[in-house]
Design a protein around this ligand. Sequence first.
Ligand SMILES: Cc1ncc(COP(=O)(O)O)c(C=O)c1O
Length: 493
Amino acid sequence: MPPALAPDALRLSLRRHGRVPLYHQIATGLRERIESGDLPAGTRLPAERELARAVGVNRSTVVAAYDELEAEGLVDCRPGRGTVVSAGRAPGPGPDWARRLGSAADRWELPLLAEIQDALAAPHLIPLAHGEPGPDLWPRDALDRLLRGASLARVPMGYPEPHGYPELREALARRLRGRGITAGPESIVLVNGSQQGFHLITQTLLSPGDAVAVERPSYLGTLRLFDGSGIRTVPVPVGPEGIDLDHLAASLQPGVRALFTIPTCHSPTGTTLPEPGRQRLVSLAARRRLLVVEDDPFTDLVLDGPAPRSLKAFDTAGSVLTLGTLSKTAAPALRVGWIVAPAPVADVLARTRLQFDLGGGILSEWVAARWLASGGYDEHLAWLRQPLARRRAAMLEALGRWLGGMATWVGPAGGYHVWCRLEVRASSLAVFRAAVRQGVAVVPGAVYRFEPGAPHVRLSFCRAAPGEIAEGVRRLRRAVDRLASRSAVAARR
Ligand SMILES: Cc1ncc(COP(=O)(O)O)c(C=O)c1O
């Protein structure tokens, strides 16, 4: 009988804070190596206890992983012989879909996201989970008027130039001046939404193995992007006034190359970093030679007084890249976003981007340019802030009424979201599922990698009408009551 492999030989690396169960990660790692022929038939896998000790999990986790592989016929588990890679499971013809899809699902946490997307799409649930405006807030009529009788005679129909449609970049440059940002059109790169901008920046300016500081919790789109790109994240807590700058300063160890931050109406917490903090953050970044990526989708939706100036307005060293988008203020259908960067950086980003997809859709960029230049976009914003302010008021009132004393939250200066910690002994996923059973969709904090075991949820007020918001929060209260009585019963047993 051959000796068992040493645990180190398996080179397993586990993500402890993701949603993919550890046993499944172990099974996936082993499956890949068995199917690639790396662990041939007859190989004895490490003893359960030894592997568990080496990777820092309970023995039952390794047992579950081996069981999964045995159920697939990849290994035989025999008393006295240990776990041995099976013979004779020749791969069938065609791509190995099970393995490929399994590892994509793990990397992007697809099962968790699919569960939440199903809740977003369910018409019977009150929508407090969306991150986009509802149909009643879409600028259909405004764009209809704008386009009526418009002529495409002067619109170029070829592939775009690297930075994107010049007239939109000029209109954005004029607009950004109002936010304290001096940037010409050559410093702006148009992208298909800011999410594409994050991919572009990550692929162009970071390398696998680099670390980036991110708020904890943080926007789920960048967290998954970093996982998929081999970038380590260094979490920085968020307080009632945005990112904790003392903690940030202490976190900037060598190897941390960038900070990704949402300083205005942060998602998911709704918090806003005041201007003195912005000044401090940008000075710190300059001193520590840190790249700052400012995700700024909500500035135009600050409802209380003027929005604080962008981080870029304080940036004399060229540390900050600022990303904006029309997805939150107008409609994601436009897929218009932009990156503002020092001109030489913008040039490289723009040329790299052409390697991805040959450029953005000029027709969308043309519509956006006309809308901005006509003043129609500002009119739409002035209108949109009114229903958003009513919905935010409805949300805060309902929270006070139904969850006062049973939850904590901070009223946001604008944007879409309120972050709520519920006083119940349950995980955020358990709260999400209980809420769905009661007829309301919320986003569990686990999605944002925030203390998955703690009952935090993100509640959005951008989609539902005020009456629905009140009813949605009432249903959330019912869900909390159910969970609380269940845990009381469990405690008595
Ligand atoms: C905080 C935040 N930033 C950026 C984005 C990306 O938006 P888009 O790619 O549509 O511009 C989103 C979308 O949900 C978001 O919530």
